[in-house]
Design a protein around this ligand. Structure first.
Ligand code: SAH
Ligand code: SF4
Ligand code: F3S
Length: 487
């Protein structure tokens, strides 16, 4: 399931599978409609958490238009694929899925196929030319148009809307929680990105940065809490540049303020966020994290490269020293905070020495985990226009392997240090390996497995760690008192 990890899962090509709970939430939303009146849609999502979140907005728009969701694409009247363009491989995965939908469409003529998301935005009408089976193409800001375009497509006219907006935040749409475990949910607080990192396609596929109305964010989180959710993750490509002006009081709310407002909803509602940009994360954010127990002690702070010259070519607008200072500030203000990262190996012109600096940064920052990639040139980006993609594939892959090996060692060592410690864990689900165990995450975002006993999903438990691997911790249940004494 995609929400194994609350951070933005960029480029991890996974699909949404609705579980029973997801169906229940969907039914709540369409409760006043008879099943027989409803058409069926099937949706798959790829790419980052924002795409998964958008699919929940799409589901909500479709519910209004008399569509019910199905997990079985064979019975769908409408098949949607929410796509990612971040690396070439992500687009190839989508094209493969389209071949499968094509076969299905031949068996069931009349089924509509729609491409949503970043690939729709990047390729626009070209997608309709290249992929004959596609009936609908909608970019990330055009989802309100979906019912209208479906209606035209049903009459045989292919529909496209890839208009990027400066205002759209879907603030008034209450997302249908697809594939939810009923415990943690994702809440989009801003859309687009103004950063123009030279390797990145996102500013072209998602448009200008805009922040969502603070009241609507807090209202959505409050409603989730009232429905029994215990964790919200505030989402944006660069959450630290969140900024919203109250039209009445003219006061501005920054990300640190929003974080505080969300934390104040309830002490047992955990708050997470992703992604932070090293140039924008402020000490005010760090102090608020330290102040509230329920703001999780975990920051995803992508470094991309450990070398200042490469960072300059990447247009990241910080250098190695600046990044190291941010890590020091986090360690000083929130001593128990875990930090994770995104790393690109083999960017244009990267020398062996510069690659070594990425490795030494991993050592320095002691990341609990990282998403690691080799550079994939994206058409139209600054890097594609300005720099030669000159690192041979074998070298990119070898450097990536070195990055992965080192990160794995460090994750393992960090987990070793957790042995014997007691953590507060929010129970999420059954462990994949055994029905006798449950699992959930600690504040630092680490998955911890423990015996089921009579524990309920959605509650907090205290677990003393006894075993560990590179990815997970395993332990036994202890009392709250024991936990408090250990602090
Ligand atoms: N907004 C986030 C990341 C968005 S994209 C941030 O600024 O940190 C997610 C990750 O994909 C990036 O952090 C980067 O590591 C990776 N990525 C983006 N473009 C890429 C490319 N062209 N090739 C390889 N990796 C890329
Ligand atoms: Fe892409 Fe940079 Fe924006 Fe992240 S901050 S989405 S890497 S342009
Ligand atoms: Fe991919 Fe678009 Fe997200 S390109 S990583 S789905 S913003």
């Amino acid at each position: 399931m995609y929400n194994d990890n609350p951070t933005l899962k960029f480029g991890k090509e996974k699909t949404i599978e609705e579980d029973k709970q997801g169906d229940v939430f969907f039914k709540e939303q369409v409760a006043n409609k008879e099943d027989k009146d409803l058409k069926k849609f099937y949706i798959e999502s790829y790419g980052c958490q924002m795409n998964f979140s958008d699919s929940e907005i799409v589901a909500s728009i479709l519910a209004e238009a008399n569509y019910a969701s199905t997990r079985n694409m064979e019975e769908a009247d409408l098949i949607l694929i929410n796509t990612c363009s971040i690396r070439e491989k992500a687009e190839q995965t989508v094209r493969k899925r389209l071949r499968i939908f094509d076969k299905l469409k031949k068996k069931r003529p009349g089924t509509l196929v729609g491409v949503l998301g970043c690939m729709a935005e990047r390729l626009k009408a070209k997608l309709l030319e290249q992929e004959k089976l596609v009936d609908l193409v909608l970019g990330p800001d055009a989802y309100r148009d979906l019912p209208k375009l479906i209606a035209t497509a049903e009459d045989g006219t292919k529909g496209i809307n890839v208009h990027l907006s400066r205002e759209e935040t879907y603030a008034d749409i209450n997302p249908v929680r697809l594939g939810s475990n009923g415990v943690s949910a994702f809440v989009t607080i801003m859309r687009g990105c103004d950063n123009m990192c030279s390797f990145c396609v996102v500013p072209f596929t998602r448009g200008r940065e805009r922040s969502r109305d603070t009241f609507s964010v807090v209202a959505e989180c409050t409603e989730l809490y009232q429905r029994g959710f215990k964790e919200v993750t505030l989402l944006g490509q660069n959450v630290d540049s969140y900024k919203w002006e109250n039209p009445e009081s003219k006061e501005t709310v920054d990300f640190a303020d929003l974080l505080e407002l969300t934390a104040q909803i309830a002490p047992d509602l955990r708050v997470r966020f992703s992604t932070s940009h090293p140039k924008d994360i402020t000490d005010k954010v760090l102090h608020n994290m330290a102040k509230y127990e329920n703001i999780c002690k975990y920051i995803h702070l992508p470094v991309q490269s450990g070398n200042s010259e490469v960072l300059k070519r990447m247009n990241r607008t910080y250098d190695r020293e600046w990044y190291m200072d941010k890590v020091r500030a986090i360690r000083r203000i929130i001593p128990d905070c875990a930090i994770s990262s995104d790393i690109i190996a083999g960017f244009c012109g990267e020398t062996e020495e510069q690659h070594q600096e990425t490795l030494s940064m991993i050592e320095f920052a002691q990341y609990s985990m990282s998403y690691m990639f080799f550079y994939s040139e994206r058409p139209g980006t600054l890097a594609a226009r300005k720099y030669e993609d000159d690192i041979p594939l074998e070298i990119k892959k070898r450097r990536l392997q070195e990055v992965i090996r080192l990160q794995n060692q460090i994750s393992f060592e960090i987990n070793r240090k957790d042995q014997g410690r007691i953590f507060k864990v929010l129970v999420e689900k059954e462990s994949k390996k055994s029905a006798d165990d449950l699992c959930g995450r600690n504040s630092q975002n680490k998955m911890i497995i423990f015996p089921r006993e009579d524990v309920q999903v959605g509650t907090y438990v205290y677990v003393k760690v006894q075993e560990f691997t590179q990815a997970t911790l395993k332990g036994v249940l202890v009392s709250e008192e024991e936990y408090k004494n250990s602090l």
